[in-house]
Design a protein around this ligand. Structure first.
Ligand SMILES: *[C@@H]1O[C@H](CO)[C@@H](O)[C@H](O)[C@H]1NC(C)=O
Ligand SMILES: *[C@@H]1O[C@H](CO)[C@@H](O)[C@H](O)[C@H]1NC(C)=O
Ligand SMILES: *[C@@H]1O[C@H](CO)[C@@H](O)[C@H](O)[C@H]1NC(C)=O
Ligand SMILES: *[C@@H]1O[C@H](CO)[C@@H](O)[C@H](O)[C@H]1NC(C)=O
Ligand SMILES: *[C@@H]1O[C@H](CO)[C@@H](O)[C@H](O)[C@H]1NC(C)=O
Ligand SMILES: *[C@@H]1O[C@H](CO)[C@@H](O)[C@H](O)[C@H]1NC(C)=O
Ligand SMILES: *[C@@H]1O[C@H](CO)[C@@H](O)[C@H](O)[C@H]1NC(C)=O
Ligand SMILES: *[C@@H]1O[C@H](CO)[C@@H](O)[C@H](O)[C@H]1NC(C)=O
Ligand SMILES: *[C@@H]1O[C@H](CO)[C@@H](O)[C@H](O)[C@H]1NC(C)=O
Ligand SMILES: *[C@@H]1O[C@H](CO)[C@@H](O)[C@H](O)[C@H]1NC(C)=O
Length: 626
């Protein structure tokens, strides 16, 4: 039996611990306690007779940090008697049902809370603690712990660790870094950008490579951090030993927690969370495919489709997904009274403002649900359509203006979906040539954004995107409105860097051959003026190295993700000079490793970097799967 419960009086839970310091208890609203966890009831369970034996408590999923500010950062861990979560929904008596996997039955348990201490210091041996505290966690929040470490200095590296109160039972040591003050001069900031990490499609090698290289300050994740599907529906987890649990499509709070817990066993993901502060947002699959304000792709506007297969209603499902996400991710809830709000921004020195959008869950108008593509095409120019909702849109435009007003060199916008027009008619036909689930399906929102930038003369804009499982690098042009010269880039107002997936397969066919992928890339590149480089073949990620003079983007491809390895192939490098608002010519220096470059060559060198030992070797790219 995996679960143990001791009732030994010597294991009294420390009384000094602060219940509310664990931010996960406050969610969804600290101002409306009745909406969150009843802390009062949890406190009542703090009974020495039923507290945990410290030795049976484990730090089951490492540590994480995120949402850095100049003086504070969020620290995260999970410590409990089991890596499973308990399907409980806070019973009055204080007893819950825990599922005992070894004996395949539910057992009733008293849910005494777990007391945890944390400390943070600038020295690796934690000899100079600058902040510390005690908090509780319990099954009510899936034994997650989320605290805000304070009193920190800007743009400084810190080390942190948790331990079970009054014991040597410690978490791994984490490393993190605060951001500079908004008015600090910083010379350089590095950010690794990820999206679309699908567990049953492969190993998350991409996360580990930036850890092994120690090449950036922060990690940004643009969403699709998990996928909701049953393995059999989308994935080949069986063939690589990576079937995510529960082994079915996920709906309940139990399901979403369990899915997150499975993903967080990937060793490269654990390493990335342990070494870098993350700034993530969700895309659709953190809830379900093509989610929007009111539904998902598997739902029609029929009563029965809102309560599927005896499962939960859409609203309940979304709430479950959002709650589990906030429990597991090391992020702030910037507005506790708005429990769906994840959109937020970070001022990082005089260099940049990082604006993280939620184009999915907060207030998106109806999207392409496959059965309604013609309809969404027809309404894609409707003035009332929005990806973000009015409230977020106003905030977005104001944030861009404030960023320009304060003189930040760059505005970096973390969008989930591709902003630039992508005409795929050469591949998919002329009926519905655009992707109406991306910005192209929300032309008024897109035009309002471009209009705001052009008419207020706000430059140096770098849009980021994930979602598509492919790489797309474009000048940020307002086609049909502002003249744009594809040779020089003149007329654009920034650049878009859209990145490939950590593991999710190529949208033009899983297991596509390199030749076929590059052929499609050529067609896509040629049919879109502002699209300067496109690659479909490689899974991977990119790094942004930002200074006052320029932003450099380095794209990396994974030779294979069906094994765990530390290899990567540099695919292409781009530079954007301050004030130029377009990719520097010749784009990518005129030469890329893969895909199609509008003005330049693709030369396959197969030069592969082993990020573990630093050596280079020539692989038979693509590396044959062993
Ligand atoms: C916690 O870790 C200890 C030591 O590694 C192990 O013996 C124990 O089985 C673990 N407990 C659980 C619930 O996983
Ligand atoms: C709440 O918990 C009880 C006890 O574990 C369980 O029987 C019940 O199904 C749960 N209700 C919901 C809505 O999950
Ligand atoms: C939604 O409608 C489409 C087209 O009418 C149909 O193919 C699909 O099965 C429906 N889905 C659900 C969940 O009812
Ligand atoms: C897409 O490209 C095709 C030519 O390949 C063109 O006929 C069509 O008008 C374009 N559609 C849009 C929306 O740009
Ligand atoms: C957006 O701008 C383009 C280019 O001017 C224009 O063709 C289109 O009609 C506009 N759509 C909306 C909804 O404003
Ligand atoms: C694609 O590759 C995966 C991993 O090797 C394999 O499990 C799957 O069967 C392949 N699919 C096809 C259609 O060949
Ligand atoms: C490239 O794609 C086009 C259009 O789909 C197709 O006609 C052609 O055969 C492809 N060529 C190769 C080498 O795959
Ligand atoms: C891109 O830059 C990297 C260094 O980050 C270098 O190793 C690589 O050769 C460059 N790749 C190309 C295609 O220019
Ligand atoms: C480094 O890694 C490469 C590729 O994995 C391997 O072939 C090589 O032997 C390693 N070199 C050293 C010095 O460990
Ligand atoms: C790179 O790999 C491809 C595919 O295996 C091969 O055709 C090509 O010759 C290789 N190039 C070099 C320079 O080794």
């Amino acid at each position: 039996m995996r679960l143990q419960l001791l009732s030994i009086a010597s294991l009294v839970v420390s009384v000094g611990a602060s219940w509310t310091k664990n931010i996960n208890y406050r969610s969804p609203s600290e101002h409306h306690p009745s909406l969150g966890i009843s802390i009062h009831r949890v406190v009542k369970r703090n009974d020495p007779q039923s507290s945990w034996d410290q030795a049976t408590l484990n730090f089951t999923h490492g540590v994480a940090s995120g949402d850095p500010y100049p003086d504070s950062v969020i620290l995260w861990t999970r410590v409990g008697p089991t890596s499973d979560n308990d399907r409980s929904n806070v019973t009055v008596s204080g007893y819950v049902q825990l599922f005992d996997h070894d004996n395949q039955k539910f057992v009733s348990m008293s849910k005494a809370p777990v007391c945890v201490e944390y400390k943070i210091a600038t020295q690796k041996d934690l000899s100079d603690v600058v902040d510390s505290g005690k908090v509780f966690t319990s099954s009510d929040v899936d034994y997650t712990v989320k605290v805000e470490a304070k009193n920190l200095k800007p743009y400084t590296t810190y080390y942190y660790q948790f331990n079970v109160c009054d014991s040597d039972n410690k978490s791994p040591l984490g490393r993190t870094k605060t951001t500079p003050h908004a008015d600090d001069d910083v010379t350089k900031v590095g950010i690794a950008v990820y999206s679309c990490s699908n567990y049953p499609f492969g190993f998350f090698n991409a996360y580990g490579n930036s850890v092994r290289k120690d090449s950036v300050d922060y990690v940004v994740h643009l969403g699709d951090y998990i996928y909701e599907y049953a393995n059999g529906e989308y994935g080949w987890g069986q063939s690589i030993g990576r079937v995510p649990l529960p082994d079915k499509e996920i709906f309940s709070l139990y399901d979403y927690r369990k899915r997150l817990a499975t993903y967080r066993t990937d060793l490269d993901l654990v390493a990335s969370h342990q070494q870098f502060p993350w700034i993530p947002v969700w895309d659709d699959h953190e809830v379900a495919d093509n989610v929007y304000r009111d539904g998902t792709s598997k739902m029609n506007n029929t009563e029965s489709s809102f309560i599927k297969d005896g499962e939960v209603s859409f609203d309940q499902r979304k709430m479950n997904a959002v709650r589990a996400y906030f429990e597991w991710m090391p992020i702030r809830q910037v507005e506790m009274d708005d429990n769906l709000r994840i959109w937020r921004s970070f001022s990082i020195g005089k260099l940049l403002d990082l604006v993280m959008l939620d184009t999915r869950n907060y207030d998106r108008s109806i999207t392409d649900l496959y059965w309604n593509t013609d309809y969404v095409h027809a309404i894609s120019n409707d003035a009332g359509r929005s990806l973000m909702g009015q409230r977020q849109e106003h905030w977005f435009y104001n944030t861009l203006s404030e960023s320009a007003d304060r003189g930040a060199a760059w505005r970096i916008i973390g969008s989930q979906i591709i902003f630039s027009r992508v005409n795929q008619s050469a591949a998919f036909g002329d009926d519905n040539p655009l992707n109406y689930d991306a910005w192209d399906g929300y032309m008024s929102n897109k035009n309002r954004t471009l209009n705001h930038l052009y008419s207020n003369n706000i430059g140096n804009n770098i849009f980021l995107a994930g979602d598509s499982h492919a790489s797309w690098v474009s000048d940020l042009a307002w086609l049909g409105e502002k003249e744009y010269n594809k040779e020089t880039g003149e007329g654009s107002i920034g650049v878009e860097f859209a990145g490939s997936a950590v593991t999710s397969p190529c949208p033009y066919g899983a297991n596509i051959s390199l030749a076929t992928a590059n052929n499609y890339s050529g067609i896509l590149q040629a049919s879109n003026d502002e699209l300067q480089w496109q690659d479909l073949y490689y899974r991977g990620y990119y790094e942004l190295h930002i200074s006052g003079e320029e932003v450099v983007a380095n794209y990396f491809g994974m030779p294979t993700v069906v094994t765990r390895n530390s290899w990567e192939i540099p695919l292409a490098n781009f530079t954007v000079k301050n004030g130029e608002n377009r990719l520097q010519r010749p784009v990518a220096g005129g030469i890329v490793e893969s895909g199609s470059l509008k003005a330049g060559r693709t030369v396959q060198t197969n030069a592969t970097h082993d990020t573990l030992n630093g050596t280079w070797f020539v692989s038979h790219a693509p590396l044959e799967v062993l």
